[in-house]
Design a protein around this ligand. Structure first.
Ligand SMILES: C[S@@+](CC[C@H](N)C(=O)[O-])C[C@H]1O[C@@H](n2cnc3c(N)ncnc32)[C@H](O)[C@@H]1O
Length: 365
């Protein structure tokens, strides 16, 4: 049997992952074959009273659906014995319903989402949601667009890129990493965790890692900064993480380009990452020019051969081919999407009909 570092066994681990990442109930495993006692202990002690979950709870509306289901499940598992459901479970649901009826029909407010993955190397000093499990916890918008930006929620391609980086952690460990269009900070937390895992103290051997998370939107950057600094995330202990404004449009704006060049020089990246940043045909030329500029400046200043890993969701074939054709003038694109086959480190459901592509990009020689 494969080594399982987690102290929460299946199917409970999947329920835990689903609950903290607000996964639809239809995707949460059925507990019909579990004893009442085990299920009750899990819902009460591992979920309701879990200090991490109490500090970073899922969305209230989601919790109502989940706890209704959990109590129904427990009721269906109750046999004739004199066991009963702890009042704290009922009270929690009643309080949630009371709060939701007083908030009326307001749009859902931002709430915490926690992404979990099993890891035998979680740092002992930090309270973990359960043993042998690492987390990325973020305050996220409950809608895809909020305050005019798409950057306040985590997009699917970043889950795929994170899993690729779990498998190839050497690509970011000990490296100076620059993320373009970082959004709420999910990939940043993952990369910071991988860099921490390799040990900042072992920097002599691997190089001193740094992480620059960049975006155009100031609300997004401020949310990203807050998420990176949440004490439950390994990123909060990383000594060299920065959130900074970097607008791709500046690459084609003679007045703004010197400031962009100065940022690129300060970051001095070894690796570029980006997820779901190829979605608007109008900004593709600026994005491609920004990547070319970074790669060119690295090559000419310090002879660096900078590689970008860009993951994208194929929503529109025309947008994708525009990205490929625009890039081909100055960059070499290698489609490495086969690297994404069979992923499943992060227990987050993926839609079968959303195709994700991953490109390894370098400067054209
Ligand atoms: C669809 S979101 C993806 C966010 C994040 N990478 C993820 O996968 O969850 C696109 C991101 O690109 C950023 N963006 C859009 N135009 C940009 C520009 N001109 N310069 C820099 N970032 C930009 C947005 O602010 C947003 O955060």
């Amino acid at each position: 049997m494969a080594f399982d570092p987690s102290d929460v066994r299946e199917p409970f681990f999947s329920v835990l992952c689903g609950y903290v990442s607000n996964v639809p109930l239809r995707l949460i495993p059925d507990l019909a074959s579990i004893s009442f006692e085990e299920a009750h202990n899990f819902f009460l002690n591992r979920l309701l009273l879990n200090p991490h979950v109490q500090a970073y709870p899922p969305a209230e509306r989601y919790q109502i659906l989940f706890w209704k289901w959990a109590i129904e499940t427990l009721e269906s598992l109750l046999d004739e014995q004199d066991a009963e459901i702890d009042d704290r479970l009922y009270n929690h649901l009643v309080n949630l319903i009371r709060c939701s009826s007083s908030s009326g029909t307001n749009p859902p407010s931002a709430s915490y989402v926690t992404y979990l993955w099993k890891s035998s190397e979680t740092q002992r000093q930090r309270a973990s949601i359960c043993a042998g499990v690492a987390n990325a916890t973020l305050l996220e918008s409950r809608t895809l667009v909020e305050r005019g930006t798409t950057g306040l929620t985590t997009w699917t391609a970043s889950i795929s890129l994170a899993e690729f980086l779990f498998k190839h952690s050497e690509l970011v460990q000990g490296k100076r990493v620059l993320e373009l269009g970082c959004g709420a900070g999910f990939l940043g937390i993952v990369v910071a965790t991988l860099q921490q895992r390799c040990g900042i103290a072992r920097a002599k051997e691997h190089g001193r890692p740094s992480l620059w998370l960049t975006d155009v939107d100031s609300n997004v950057l401020s949310r990203c900064q807050d998420n990176i600094q949440l004490p439950c995330n390994a990123s909060s202990c990383h000594p060299d993480v920065h959130c900074a404004k970097l607008n791709w449009m500046d690459a084609n704006n003679p007045a703004a380009r010197p400031s962009l060049e100065s940022t690129i020089c300060t970051v001095n990246a070894d690796v570029i990452i980006g997820a779901d940043i190829v979605f608007d045909p109008a900004i593709i030329p600026a994005l491609v020019d920004t990547m070319s500029l970074i790669m060119h400046s690295g090559q000419s200043k310090s002879g660096k051969h900078i590689i970008a890993y860009i993951a994208l969701t194929v929503r529109n074939e025309e947008t994708l081919s525009r990205f490929v054709h625009t890039s081909e003038h100055s960059l070499e694109l290698l489609d490495i999407s086969t690297e994404l086959v069979g992923q499943g480190i992060l227990a987050v459901p993926r839609s079968e009909d959303q195709e994700i592509r991953l490109y390894r990009i370098q400067r054209r020689r």
